[in-house]
Design a protein around this ligand. Structure first.
Ligand code: FAD
Length: 313
C-alpha cells in the first residue's frame, strides 16, 4: 500500500486537531506517514500514532526559519523518495502555498479547499467562494491536497509510529524569505477559530465595539468568536477573527451568525459549516438562504435569551 504524507500542524509540541482529521482521511487512501518539521515531541508522536500514523518523519527545525519554500522542498523530496500516493496538508493560507509549491516540484496537481476525499483520491472541494462543491482528481503524479479543518471527522486507529529523521538541506532558493519574529495571537480561553467545533460570529448588526453579546453566547457554548469584515473594518473586533474570503475559512459543526447579512465574501469563509443558524432582523437577509435555522429578530434580544437557556442546561 502506498504511503500518504500528512504535514503535521503543531504548536508547542502539541498536534492540532486538523492533523488527526488528515490522518483519518489518509488512512482511506493508503499508509499514513506524518511529516513533522522540527523535533517531534513524545506526546505529539503518541497522538499521531493514535490516529494511524505508521511513520513520523522529522525534519530539521531550521526549515521553520524560512517561509513556506523549504517545507515544500521537504514534502516533494519525501514524496519522490517514498513514491507517496498523495500529500495532505491543512487548508490554511500558508499550507495552501506549501501545497502549490509542492505540486509544482512534483509536476503533479494541487487541490485546495477540499472538504472530502475518497479512497481513490476523488476530492470534493469548495469553489467560487464556497458557492459550489465540485469533484476533482489529480491525474498525474502524487496528488497534493489541502483539506479544510473540520471537514473530515477524526477517528482514532491506535498503532505504533516509527520516528525517522530526514536529512534535508534548505536550498539557496528556499532561503529567500526568512521569519524574523513570531507573535502569538491572543486567544484567551476560547478555541482557535479555524479548529473550533462551534463558531459564533458578529456583524455590523452588533452595532458597536461592544461584542459582549457575541462573546457571552460563544462562551456558553464553548465556541470561538468570529466577525464579519464590516465589524472588523469598523474596528469593533480584531482582524484575526474575520471570517470570509479575505479572512479565515471555518467549517464548524455549528456556525451562528448574529447580525450578518450573508454577503458572498462572508459565505466564502463559512458556507461549508455543517449547521448554520442566523439571527437577523431583516427577513430578506441573504444569510437565511443558507441557514438551517433562522431567527428573525433583534440579536440583542435573541442572543441573550439563547445564552440564558444554554446556561440552564
Ligand atoms: P451588513 O451587510 O451591513 O449586514 C448587517 C446585517 O445585520 C443586516 O442584514 C441587518 O439586517 C442586520 N442587523 C442590523 N441590526 C441588527 C440587529 N439589532 N439584530 C439582528 N440583525 C441586525 N466580508 C466578510 O465578512 N469577510 C470577508 O472576508 C470579506 N472579504 C471581502 C473581500 C472583498 C474583495 C470585498 C469587496 C468585500 C469583502 N467583504 C467581506 C465584505 C462583504 O461584501 C460585506 O460587506 C460584509 O460581509 C458585510 O458585513 P455584515 O454582514 O456584518 O454587514
Amino acid at each position: 500500500m502506498a504511503e500518504v504524507l500528512v504535514l503535521v500542524d503543531h504548536v508547542d509540541g502539541e498536534v492540532k486537531k486538523v492533523t488527526t482529521e488528515l490522518l483519518t482521511a489518509a488512512r482511506r487512501i493508503g499508509e499514513p506517514s506524518a511529516v513533522w518539521v522540527g523535533e517531534a515531541s513524545d506526546s505529539g508522536t503518541a497522538k499521531l500514532a493514535e490516529y494511524g500514523a505508521q511513520k513520523v518523519y522529522t525534519a530539521p527545525a531550521e526549515l521553520n526559519d524560512y517561509v513556506v519554500a523549504p517545507t515544500a522542498e521537504l514534502l516533494a523530496k519525501l514524496a519522490q523518495d517514498t513514491g507517496a500516493a498523495a500529500v495532505l496538508v491543512s487548508a490554511t493560507a500558508q499550507n495552501k502555498e506549501v501545497a502549490g509549491r509542492t505540486a509544482v516540484k512534483l509536476g503533479s496537481g494541487v487541490l485546495t479547499d477540499v472538504v472530502d476525499v475518497s479512497a481513490d483520491l476523488v476530492t470534493e472541494h469548495s469553489i467560487f467562494g464556497g458557492a459550489t462543491v465540485t469533484k476533482a482528481k489529480v491525474r498525474s503524479g502524487a496528488a497534493v491536497v489541502a483539506v479544510r479543518p473540520n471537514s473530515v471527522p477524526a477517528e482514532p486507529q491506535p498503532g505504533e509510529a516509527a520516528v525517522e529523521a530526514v536529512d534535508v538541506e534548505v536550498s539557496e532558493a528556499a532561503r529567500g524569505a526568512r521569519v524574523v519574529e513570531r507573535v502569538a495571537q491572543e486567544q484567551g480561553e476560547r478555541p482557535e477559530l479555524t479548529e473550533a467545533a462551534i463558531v459564533v460570529s458578529g456583524g455590523r448588526g452588533v452595532g458597536s465595539d461592544d461584542f459582549t453579546v457575541v462573546e457571552q453566547l460563544a462562551d456558553a457554548l464553548g465556541a470561538a468568536v468570529g466577525a464579519s469584515r464590516a465589524a472588523v473594518d469598523a474596528g469593533w473586533y480584531p482582524n484575526q477573527f474575520q471570517v470570509g474570503q479575505t479572512g479565515k475559512t471555518v467549517s464548524p459543526n455549528l456556525y451562528i451568525a448574529l447580525g450578518i447579512s450573508g454577503a458572498i465574501q462572508h459565505r466564502a469563509g463559512m458556507q461549508t459549516s455543517k449547521n448554520i443558524v442566523a439571527v437577523n432582523k431583516d427577513p430578506e437577509a441573504p444569510i437565511f438562504e443558507i441557514a438551517d435555522f433562522g431567527v428573525v429578530g433583534d440579536l440583542h434580544t435573541v442572543a441573550p435569551q439563547l445564552t440564558e437557556e444554554i446556561g440552564k442546561r
